[in-house]
Ligand binder design. Structure first.
Ligand code: SAM
Length: 328
């Protein structure tokens, strides 16, 4: 539909939008349109538009009338959804309160609003939370056709790794032996088992392992999943030479577990090794550590993929090395 719009170069779009908003002239029922370098801001009363702005008729779409948190706060809100938990990261208590209220008043489904109260800490990689709304930190997260019950206050879980987990688990073939050395609530183990693998997930956090067992049941793969609450270094007796595929998602210290990985690996094994390194040499340290451990254990190493998963901190990246090990 054609509607009256103020048109300006894109670079001036936000300033003009704010000016029109302040003058109560924006048409909130129509969407802003962009064409080449020009932006078209729908307006209510063309006759009231200041003379220095051009008004034209332009095609605009109807605006989604769902209310989102950004409609209800005066700052650029950012948040992440994990099931019906909404996670925010606000240092200022007033902003945190305003954002939590906006989230609850918006149309997004929400049971709980959590504010990050610490970094991800310690061996078990769990974060502390400030509860801004609701009374449970447990939720069901859905990812690529699987569902995971998680308690964010008790276990590590990040929805941001969904694409990466899918990339890895899509490589799994039926009848493989997949061993996840740091399994959490099972987001590698469960899709691997769904593809027909026999999967073992180990985690030192016993609560994560309870959730992993529950999630194996929920996704109807309990029969092909073994979940062990243990330090992975203590599991090599039962699973020596066992794995066709190893997942090592403990990025800050996976290198300390490479000796264990070599004991778990079968004659030929694909290793997915996660690391966090400086952007200047993201793959070098991991490759060197894997080559040294593999050499000592009698394996040849073929690095098949070097992948930057995401940026982690300024100049630091979270990477994955897919490596094929072959016993000499
Ligand atoms: N793979 C899971 C995921 O993607 O959600 C969890 C990854 S999380 C970064 C690392 C996990 O390793 C945590 O759940 C932590 O409890 C576990 N962990 C840390 N040290 C361990 C150890 N020595 N043995 C087994 N698990 C360990």
């Amino acid at each position: 539909m054609q509607s009256p719009c103020v048109t300006v170069p894109r670079t001036e779009g936000e300033a003009v939008r704010q000016r029109l908003e302040a003058a109560d002239l924006l048409d909130h029922d129509r969407q802003i349109a962009v064409e080449g370098d020009a932006i078209f801001v729908p307006v209510m009363d063309p006759g009231a538009i200041p003379d220095d702005l051009d008004v034209v008729d332009h095609a605009t779409g109807e605006r989604d009338t769902q209310t989102v948190p950004n409609d209800l706060v005066e700052f650029e809100a950012s948040y992440e959804r994990i099931g019906d938990v909404v996670v925010v990261d606000e240092d200022d208590p007033e902003r945190a309160r305003a954002l939590a209220d906006a989230i609850v008043d918006s149309d997004i489904p929400v049971e709980t609003v959590l504010n990050r109260a610490s970094k991800i800490e310690g061996e078990l990689r769990v974060r502390e939370w400030e509860v801004l709304h609701g009374d449970t930190t447990e939720t069901v997260h859905r990812e690529y056709g699987s569902e995971y019950l998680v308690d964010l206050a008790e276990v590590f879980f990040s929805p941001r790794l969904a694409t990466e987990r899918h990339r890895v688990t899509e490589q799994v073939e039926a009848d493989e032996h997949v061993f996840d050395m740091f399994a959490g609530v099972g987001p590698f183990v469960i899709p691997a088992a769904k593809r027909g693998a026999t999967a073992v997930g180990v985690d030192k956090n016993p609560v994560a392992i309870e959730y992993l067992r529950e999630n194996a049941e929920r996704n109807s793969v309990a029969e092909s999943v073994t979940a062990l609450a243990a330090d992975v270094r203590e599991t090599t007796d039962g699973y020596g030479d066992w794995a066709d595929r190893l997942v090592m998602n403990l990025p800050h210290s996976a290198d300390e577990f490479l000796e264990t990985a070599m004991l778990l690996a079968g004659d030929e094994c694909v290793l997915h090794f996660y690391d966090i390194q400086h952007e200047d040499d993201p793959f070098g340290p991991g490759t060197e550590a894997i080559e040294a451990a593999a050499d000592a254990a009698g394996y040849e190493v073929d690095v098949e993929t070097e992948r930057v998963v995401r940026s982690y901190a300024p100049h630091e990246v979270n990477v994955c090395l897919d490596v094929r090990l072959r016993r000499r």
